[in-house]
Design a protein around this ligand. Structure first.
Ligand SMILES: *Cc1c(COP(=O)(O)O)cnc(C)c1O
Length: 240
């Protein structure tokens, strides 16, 4: 890799990071929230380790990877001291064994079946795995996640599983042309988050509401997100 090119991209990441943090703070303040209540996750899929490490040097302390194999393949090259690592992509049951114990949280739990497998593999290792439950808030066929109408029933079932701890919800809403539509999905998520929290179920803490990506994280913050997942706006457009 040419040095000048790498440095130019380092510079871009640094600028992007500042802009994103400012935008999060501004959206939080505008909606009467505290900027420190919103965490920024750097989404590192397809990003080379050298650039991820640069972001970690800048202060990014939470990363999300989509694929088990990709994460396990590059993590030895990463400066992960003090950095929280989450799996955010769809997890197949047969891959659970490989990732339990390797990340701090699995944010993409989209069925009771996968939750049960995470519990089973966690107990084998003598640990409890922190998870988020993914909701298919737009009811899209193309997306994973639990249907909003089934969420309570699913959360009840998951709350009985040993070896996992539910920490909140995650969602990827449909791409919307206008902010109003976009905000409606986020507001629905926030409503569900509060409803479930109010039930005070054993083994269910509703502390994290992970929603908002490069194109819509400001809307998500205004509607109550506590964790935004930003990839391309931070690292640059993904080319593969
Ligand atoms: C890729 C991805 C993101 C980040 O998307 P950008 O639009 O690049 O910010 C966030 N969440 C999930 C689950 C993703 O797969």
């Amino acid at each position: 890799m040419e040095k000048a090119w790498v440095e130019a991209r380092f510079h871009d990441i640094e600028e992007n990071y500042k802009i994103i943090k400012d935008k999060i703070a501004e959206a939080a303040i505008k909606s009467g929230r505290n900027p420190s209540d919103v965490r920024l996750m750097g989404v590192t899929k397809t990003v080379e380790s050298i650039y991820i490490n640069h972001a970690l040097d800048l202060g990014v302390d939470l990363i999300g990877e989509n694929r088990v194999q990709e994460f396990l393949g590059k993590r030895d090259e990463l400066k992960l001291d003090g950095v929280e690592k989450h799996l955010i992509g769809h997890l197949q049951t047969n891959k659970v064994r490989q990732i339990v114990g390797e990340v701090d949280m699995i944010d993409s739990v989209d069925s009771v079946k996968v939750a049960a497998e995470i519990g089973k593999q966690s107990l084998k290792r003598g640990i409890i795995t922190d998870v988020l439950v993914e909701i298919n808030i737009g009811g899209e066929d193309s997306k994973f996640g639990i249907d909003p109408s089934a969420i309570l029933d699913n959360i009840y079932q998951m709350s009985e599983i040993d070896g996992i701890r539910i920490n909140g919800l995650m969602a990827i809403p449909p791409i919307c042309d206008d902010d109003k539509e976009n905000c409606k999905f986020f507001a629905n998520m926030y409503g569900m988050f509060l409803d479930i929290r109010a039930k005070k179920l054993d083994n269910v803490n509703m502390n994290i509401l992970s929603m908002g990506m490069s194109g819509d994280f400001e809307n998500a913050v205004r509607e109550g997100s506590t964790m935004v997942r930003v990839g391309s706006s931070l690292f640059g457009r993904r080319v593969y």
